[in-house]
Design a protein around this ligand. Sequence first.
Ligand code: HEM
Length: 452
Amino acid sequence: MAWPDGRSPMSAAFDGPYGIDGRTGCPEIGGRGYPDGVLFRAWEYRAGPPPVRTVTDRLGRPYALVSGYAEVKSVLADPDTYRPDNALDAVTPIPVPALRVLTRYGFRLPPTLANNGGASHPTIRAITARALHPDRVAAQRPWLEALVAHRVARLDERLAKGGQVDLYADLVADLPLLVLARLVELPDSDAVVVKEFSRAALELFWAPLSPARQAYLAEVVGRYHAVLRDFAATAGGLVGELRSHAHGAGLAPDVPVAALFFLLVAGQETTSQFLTLLLHRLAGEPTVHSGLSTKDIRVEDVVEEGLRLVPPIVTWRRVAARDTTLGGVAVPRGRGVVLWLAQAGRDKEIVARPDDFAPGQPGSRRHLAFGAGAHRCVGAHLARMEAAVVVEASAPLLHQIEVVRAPWCPDNLSFRMPDAFVVRRARATGAADRRHLPGEAPPDRLARTAPG
Ligand code: HEM
């Protein structure tokens, strides 16, 4: 992860000091600037003014870092000035040996959804959105409720016997994938294989990496991309529709493969990350899970506060298509723009109590966790349904637990990727949340893909 001098390629040089936010204990940006590596651990920081800053990374590339709600929203609402073309670019440029691995597997990612600012986007998006239509999502709810209830009951028994449970691995890790497979025809792969591929893809494209790690990840990603390509050649359902559309519209034949690639990453990994982070946050909010159990608090309101406060996608990128100005800062054509979505949700402009978990507070739903505008998440309805089912069923589990091991997240520009969340029934002596602090040695069991 570290470069020869111990810094990552997106360690940022900023223009000024930083202090500590008295309410959250997080380093607050606004005075002197950011410490090294902030862009890859953005969830550990709070932005102060100004809402737009120019950041130079360790490879000498400048970015506009946007933290103000109004400024983030204005970028998302203007796809002509701020294009999505760089959404899936590797933040650590992929060196030739890793590129060779990808080429060997025939890896190609033509623009389809998140990184497609072209004329083909609206139709590809509309076809995808049909597969995730609210009616189709609602039809999955009873099945998901039964599955989650079954899992929660078994976990409850284990807790009652004094055991430990990992609410990531034992409850939520594979749930979004299982639901997605009921909505969209997917390759017949083990969930373990899909999770390994999707986490490897999030690391390859969004993490600070050494060349050796890139070569390893390219192997994992390339190998599964070849599986997707074989599958997409004959698959039905959404992929079949995309294949017919690409053929009829004269688009690249691997458009359905690229769309499926993104859907498999965005459509399940994000939601299992969100559920882990939300359950962890709720474990420290006893009045909220009590209110859920007594029905004094609406589960939908809890999900929205979760999206606002612990979004799984912390930042998202755009690129300036022309010379422009944002929040008084010059943004020349071609400049990468990092939208700090998590920070926009804590802007005092949208909620009165930005750092409190206050379900139903006015403005709670105005977060930008799903983006906005032409590329706004098409899976938002599905993610909200899954989160509501899991939170509702697992709220009773959260009473009287203690955190044995809080989620730990590896360095990443955009995705949280928590690795585990281990709990047990609270003992009389009281609970201790072993929150992993910046600078503390990482925990021993890392679920991220590792070369062994
Ligand atoms: C909590 C879970 C999720 C979060 C926080 C999330 C967040 C996001 C964000 C920030 C974007 C970029 C929006 C923009 O550029 O304006 C996005 C795009 C997208 N998401 Fe999600 N997402 C989640 C779950 C899902 C699910 C469950 C699916 C599908 C099964 C999905 C499919 C997509 C697709 C296809 C796009 C690209 C849309 C386009 O470019 O037209 N996402 N998501």
